[in-house]
Design a protein around this ligand. Structure first.
Ligand code: 13P
Length: 254
């Protein structure tokens, strides 16, 4: 297993201009980036090409979504092959905002994972319970199992999972944040579910990230948990100095 910590900037539907997108990328690149971190930016589709042309070899690219369909009459959709051909290596699939605001179902997420694997994209499967008092075992088991339905062990080596408790996302309005201990227990639960599905050796190697109100102040506490492979960062990834600090915290952990 790669011991590299993985940091993903999920810009969501931000920023509003290409100039600002470019400013963020150039600001990150101006840092001396450690080779021991896998740094990934997930911009909106419209900036993917711009970011790709300006992100050097140190930064990898992720799409925030893909279509489950391969091609054809799907107005407004973007296929996995288009994303791959654009130079992306990763794609976030099943983000809670897509599940809860765009009505994505477990079945769609399963099809999107298959579409990603088919073209060689590494999917970052996002899972997480909606409310802090939800039955986490039940929710995560359902989300992981249904997402991976029909996906064989040969693909699993190219999967990343992100645990994102919806109630702890900065824009959720709850004002609540997760604790590193709870995040770690959820990550270990995901590994247990994967172990039951695919065997313990696959589960041990599976990178599982944490996402939800990760800031420059708390990043270290999450990222340095040995079972947590990195962070999926929303809001703080749009604040250049904060994001640079998060990257540095991951480097300290080398
Ligand atoms: P925040 O870091 O803004 O809480 O967002 C987390 C997230 O949804 C990343 O995908």
């Amino acid at each position: 297993m790669s011991m590299k910590k993985i940091i993903i900037a999920n810009w969501k539907m931000n920023p509003q201009t290409a100039e600002e997108a470019l400013r963020l990328v150039k600001g990150i690149l101006a840092q001396r980036l450690s080779k021991n971190i896998e740094l990934i930016i997930a911009p909106p589709f419209v900036y993917l090409d711009l970011v790709r042309k300006n992100c050097g070899r140190e930064i990898k690219l992720a799409a925030q979504n893909i279509s489950w369909a391969e091609r054809g009459a799907y107005t407004g959709e973007i296929s996995s092959l288009m994303i791959r051909n654009l130079g992306c290596d990763y794609v976030i699939i099943g983000h809670s905002e897509r599940r809860h605001k765009m009505g994505e179902t477990d079945e769609m997420i399963n099809l999107k994972l298959k579409a990603a694997f088919k073209v060689g994209l590494v999917p970052v499967l996002a899972v997480g319970e909606k409310e802090s008092n939800d039955d986490i075992i039940k929710v995560l088991t359902r989300q992981v199992k249904s997402a991976l339905e029909g996906i064989g062990v040969s693909e699993i080596g190219r999967l990343i999972i992100a645990y994102e408790p919806v109630w702890a996302i900065s824009t959720s309005g709850t004002g609540m944040i997760d604790t590193p201990d709870h995040a770690l227990s959820a990550v270990l639960l995901i590994k247990k579910i994967m172990s039951n599905l695919y065997g313990s050796e696959w589960a041990a190697d599976l990178p599982v990230l944490y996402g939800g109100s990760v800031t420059s102040e708390n990043a270290y506490d999450f990222i340095t948990q040995s079972g947590i492979s990195g962070a999926l960062v929303g809001d703080a990834s749009l604040k250049l100095q904060d994001f640079i600090k998060i990257i540095k915290e991951a480097e300290i952990n080398e």
